[in-house]
Ligand binder design. Structure first.
Ligand code: FE
Length: 363
């Protein structure tokens, strides 16, 4: 059983939506909030818990925590929020923080938490075996839980994969009025542009952002899934999207979404050049963790074969553990060449990426 916690008044304003929307099944019943009164601490002393500040809100996450609790008897308390807000909260709470783990998407964000001194190294042979070195922080202050590729998704009716090649090609005149992408406020897009800054330099990245804006089919709006829906509605022909959203559309309860998933193809760009942009979702042990052993057990569980197989079969992300069994859909996409960059650089270039997006009119 997962215990979700409704937040102290101080934070209610910023996190209510994520909490309610991201919460799939559970009623809040066990307080973990350090800003709340003492019965919580007493109750927690009597039971095994691990407290997670999470910026991930996929349905599979709740299933994983439930399974962990069933197997270990350790309760998982989740506090949902946006990554930046959770980082600010960890800073503010300091030593009194009840958080044991910080879980988020994006290598840049994981690096921000590390640089702010909010995490501590994890030592575990099991984790080292489960997760290859390149998907962990060099000091083991964060551990990858899944990877995600940001690709070109295209209309199967109107576009042949042979017409597609690279991210850079999307700014050629042939694509004028045909490209869909969500707003620049999305970290997914910021990190995509950060990767171009890292690989090609600022000037090239700016040229690309400017060209992309000129070729857009509409002012950016909606989330990744909405871009696929707009392709099917005929608004544009290609979209920049994370691959797992195609998996989620294909396996949706909504028949209209299934149709959208069936109407689009996945293309991995830059296979002859710099590789497809890949980002990471990961977890770090907090500096002031009070339930360190339980937190380690949860990281070991989340990176294990069984949990990793669930992540890829339920959420269609790529597993970090090579022993995980892939779903047929991912097998059908085949293997691909990924960008070879340090995930931490996505955070280092984030401010510059946002500056370029603003300058080039990426709404
Ligand atoms: Fe996502």
């Amino acid at each position: 059983m997962i215990n979700r916690k409704f937040l102290a008044p101080l934070l209610t304003g910023i996190m209510t939506v994520g909490l309610l929307a991201g919460c799939s099944a559970n009623k809040a019943n066990n307080a973990v909030n350090s800003e709340e009164s003492s019965p919580t601490a007493t109750a927690q002393a009597a039971e095994q818990v691990v407290n997670v500040y999470s910026a991930r809100s996929y349905d599979v996450d709740a299933l994983l925590y439930e399974k962990f609790t069933t197997e270990t008897g350790i309760k998982v308390n989740i506090i949902d929020g946006k990554a930046e807000e959770l980082i600010e909260r960890l800073k503010r709470e300091g030593e009194s923080s009840q958080a044991d783990l910080f879980l988020t998407v994006d290598g840049g964000v994981l690096n921000n938490a590390k640089q702010a001194g909010l995490l501590q190294p994890v030592t575990s042979d099991i984790i080292d075996q489960n997760v290859p070195k390149e998907l962990r922080d060099p000091e083991n202050e964060w551990i990858g839980l899944s990877t995600r590729a940001r690709v070109i998704v295209y209309s199967k009716d109107r576009i042949k994969p042979e017409q597609l090649s690279t991210y850079e090609d999307l700014i050629s005149p042939a694509w004028k009025g045909k490209i869909l992408v969500r707003p620049s406020s999305s970290l997914y897009n910021q990190s995509l542009l950060s990767s171009f800054i890292e690989l090609n330099g600022e000037a090239k990245a700016e040229e690309w952002s400017k060209g992309l804006v000129e070729n857009l089919a509409r002012t950016p709006e909606g989330n990744d899934r909405d871009q696929a829906k707009a392709i099917v509605a005929g608004v544009g022909d290609v979209a920049l999207m994370n691959t797992y959203y195609v998996g989620l559309l294909l396996n949706s309860d909504d028949p209209e979404e299934v149709k959208v998933g069936q109407s689009v193809g996945v293309f991995f760009p830059n296979q002859e050049t710099t590789g497809t942009h890949v980002n990471i979702s990961g977890v770090g042990l907090t500096k002031n963790s009070k339930n360190k052993e339980n937190a380690l057990k949860l990281i070991e569980f989340l990176t294990g074969k069984e949990a990793q197989t669930m992540v890829t079969n339920e959420n269609y992300e790529f597993p970090v553990n090579a022993a995980a069994e892939l779903p047929e859909l991912l097998k059908s996409w085949g293997t691909f060449k990924a960008q070879k960059i340090d995930f931490n650089t996505l955070g280092i270039h984030n401010a510059k990426a946002i500056e370029i997006m603003n300058k080039t009119g990426w709404k």
